[in-house]
Design a protein around this ligand. Structure first.
Ligand SMILES: [Zn+2]
Ligand SMILES: [Zn+2]
Length: 409
């Protein structure tokens, strides 16, 4: 059976509550929020009061529970609108913080009455502010994934915003051998700036991350960023070919509607022969996880140099033996300080000799994601098995390494 506000039990309950507490129409109506759809709690309060013998209207300011809070909806909405000026967004959601005292009173009231038909005061407050904001802006409330989450502290009139980050996917090329992928803080001062790092706080002047993010931050006016690469190449390794997938995350952006084609042009024009980006499109958090966990095959070009001249026939045999082979690599000694020392098996799918010139050899090599190529050549004192130095019979060392293709989106 559907009950209405004219139901005897409901009227009895309302009278019981009003005999003890002076409540405004909002606060009375809210106790019966689940009865009769499509009207406000204030309407409910008014309707109920008409059916009560001792009809007495209580002004919001004199309400025992909210003491005037519901007279301030417009005031709160104006405060919020002011804070949102300049932000690009489509959807929002209101959250609020209310006076402890009101909260305690609400608990007392619900103990006295019952929670059967009521809703929390915050729920009504958030909804009413949201409705007014929808009317006064062309934005809408979204309970699932709002672009901006607004929190209003009703006691101190303070508004804070939580803004959904922007994620942009792309691929980058790196044409220079002295740039790390991401910002690398100085080991000595941890970014504060010291004599060793020339007070820059960084180990390297710039990074792929910084060269890209500078422009994205300028355009979005965000206040921070994170750069997520699909793996990373060493500082002295170039990233050629189709580029490496990445996702850049912009925190608290003011501007969201970007022309990515123009952004790309701008980044590329400013960084000619240093880095290049392509394939930019808007992305999401899940894509970060996806590219971080991907296992894309990588194609490399490696130039290495032997201690002595390298025999062509011998090298051909080495190449044949390694093709399709799985190698075992201990964490390289050069990174052991930063990473756990474990053994990893990596597959070498293919390799081909490009040229031999005395001590110098150029190979192309396709390997599983995460293979340490430098160690495959040098052997890293036996930490990589098998390795090219051992198979050739004397030490060999990588002179130049480039990633020339990453096989995956
Ligand atoms: Zn009230
Ligand atoms: Zn430093």
């Amino acid at each position: 059976m559907v009950i209405s506000l004219k139901n005897k039990k409901i009227i009895f309950l309302a009278e019981k509550v009003l005999s003890k507490y002076k409540l405004c129409d909002h606060c009375l109506g809210r106790l019966f929020a689940s009865i009769e759809r499509g009207i406000t709690n204030e309407d409910r309060g008014q309707k109920l009061r008409k059916n009560i013998v001792e009809y007495e209207k209580i002004k919001i300011n004199n309400c025992w529970l909210c003491s005037g809070l519901f007279d301030e909806i417009k005031h709160f909405a104006d405060l919020i609108l002011d804070c949102l000026k300049g932000y690009e967004f489509d959807t929002f959601l209101i959250g609020s913080r209310i006076d402890e005292e009101i909260f305690d009173k609400e608990q007392e009231l619900l103990k006295f009455y019952s929670q059967e038909y009521s809703e929390p005061i915050k729920m009504e407050l958030n909804r009413e502010i949201g409705k007014l904001l929808e009317k006064e802006s062309d934005k809408i409330v979204d309970f699932e994934k709002p672009t901006i989450m607004v929190l209003i502290d009703t006691l101190y009139d303070v508004v804070s915003l939580q803004i959904k980050p922007i994620y942009i996917y792309g691929r980058y090329n790196k044409y220079k051998r002295d740039i790390p992928q991401t910002k690398w803080f100085c080991r000595i001062c941890q970014g504060k700036g010291c004599r060793k790092c020339g007070y820059s706080g960084k180990m390297y002047k710039t990074s792929v991350e910084e060269l890209i993010s500078k422009h994205v931050l300028e355009k979005t006016r965000g206040d921070g960023e994170s750069f997520h690469g699909c793996g990373r190449e060493d500082i002295d390794v170039r990233m050629l070919g189709n580029g490496r997938p990445f996702v850049i995350e912009i925190k608290n952006p003011i501007i969201r509607n970007l022309d990515l084609e123009r952004l790309k042009e701008e980044i590329n024009n400013h960084n000619k022969e240093i880095i290049k980006v392509n394939n930019l499109h808007f992305s999401n958090k899940d894509e970060i996880v996806r590219i971080k966990n991907s296992d894309f095959k990588k194609l490399y070009r490696v130039v290495f140099i032997g201690e002595k001249a390298i025999n062509k026939e011998k090298l051909k045999k080495v190449v044949q033996t390694l093709r399709g082979k799985t190698i075992s690599q201990f964490t390289p000694s050069r990174v052991a300080r930063r990473r756990a020392n474990i053994v990893r098996d990596r597959k070498i799918y293919n390799l081909n000799i490009e040229s031999i010139d005395g001590n110098n050899v150029t190979l192309t090599l396709e390997a599983q994601s995460g293979t340490y190529i430098k160690e495959l050549i040098s052997g890293d004192d036996g930490r990589t098995i098998p390795n090219i130095s051992e198979m050739i019979g004397f030490p060999c060392k990588v002179k130049e390494l480039d990633v020339i293709k990453i096989k995956g989106e």
